[in-house]
Design a protein around this ligand. Structure first.
Ligand SMILES: Cc1ncc(COP(=O)(O)O)c(C=O)c1O
Length: 325
């Protein structure tokens, strides 16, 4: 199986680097959606499965279980398909319909939770269901993006690519969800170029950086718990972006750069632009790298749909009102 997996390695990583048009700072973006299954999660999934096989925890008959409503599930599903392993993703209603359809085509069985956890998200419910499935499925392995250090170690390669691409780099902006990307990148970069500042980008309502939990409707960024692997991250600064701003960020990215990317890319783009525009940071000509994890296609019904955006604005207003009274 490792040999088969090694063949895939040629299609994961070494993603394109593009310079963005901007007046306040030099911005570059790493187009992580060019990875094999379409997102940066290929790096995490590859690393988790590879090390699972290497350590003997995964064999030909193992069922892989994962809690993910998005790119990790797609990445694990692709690898499992190639290795002929059974895969059971545990998803939630925030999943977009294209991913749900694809996962149904690629997986052994899809389990969908419907109850929100006490933080307003679904993560904790999904994790409970994953643990139950693991307990009752003999020879099963949890691809645990929140707790398995092989998630963040999968991003050391991205760190290496960054180091070899820039002579001078001041900031890296990374969206945070399981924290694999920011933990792996920061761990690697700080050991090699400690002067580079790492800025985490999160969505309002996510509890990762202790924001007040509110209902989140945008997938791919944020979490309902602080991911345990994040204790290995070295983060210099954090920008919290509102859900409506993420929609704006995605549209600006499309209109200003002709880059059609997912929610977290829009969040990172807006965060980086405003960071230099409003913070009056002395090094206004700083060089920054933005990580763009996935493409926009799966967000056409949400982020890129005006009606969905208006409904979200109304819902968020209602929530603010109802917590005020
Ligand atoms: C859409 C999206 N946003 C953000 C990220 C970074 O998230 P994490 O913190 O889980 O590594 C990923 C990871 O691949 C992603 O797919």
């Amino acid at each position: 199986m490792l040999k088969e997996l090694q063949k895939l390695a040629a299609f994961i990583g070494n993603t394109p680097l593009i310079e963005l048009k901007n007046n306040d700072a030099n911005l570059f973006a790493k187009l992580e959606y060019n990875n094999f299954s379409g997102s940066s999660k290929d790096r995490a999934a590859f690393s988790i499965i590879y090390n699972g096989i290497k350590s003997g925890k995964i064999s030909e008959n193992t069922t892989i279980i994962a809690s993910s409503s998005g790119n990790l599930a797609i990445a694990v599903a692709s690898i499992c398909k190639r290795l002929r392993l059974n895969f059971v993703p545990v998803i939630d209603p925030n999943i977009n319909s294209a991913y749900e359809t694809l996962l149904n085509l690629m997986s052994h069985k899809v389990v969908k939770v419907t109850e929100r956890d006490h933080t307003g998200g679904y993560l904790l419910t999904r994790i409970n269901v994953v643990n139950e499935l693991h307990a009752k499925t003999p020879d099963s392995f949890i691809a645990d993006q929140y707790g398995d250090p092989n998630n963040y170690k999968g991003y050391y390669g991205l760190g290496e690519e960054i180091i070899s691409s820039f002579e001078n780099l001041d900031y890296i902006f990374v969206a945070v969800s399981s924290s694999g990307a920011i933990t792996g990148i920061s761990d690697f970069i700080k050991r090699n170029k400690p002067e580079v500042k790492i800025v985490g980008v999160d969505v309002e309502g996510s509890v990762i950086f202790s924001d007040k939990p509110v209902k989140r409707y945008i997938s791919g960024i944020g979490a309902s718990q602080v991911p345990p692997i994040m204790e290995n991250a070295i983060i210099d600064d954090v920008v919290i972006v509102s859900q409506m701003s993420i929609i704006r960020g995605c549209n600006e990215l499309l209109n200003e750069q002709a880059i059609f990317a997912g929610a977290s890319s829009g969040a990172v783009y807006l965060a980086a632009k405003n960071y230099f525009r409003f913070n009056d940071i002395e090094e206004s000509k700083a060089t920054s790298l933005l990580i763009f994890p996935d493409k926009g296609h799966t967000y056409l019904d949400t982020i890129y749909n005006q009606e969905w955006g208006s409904q979200l604005a109304a819902k968020l207003n209602e929530e603010v009102l109802s917590t005020n009274f």
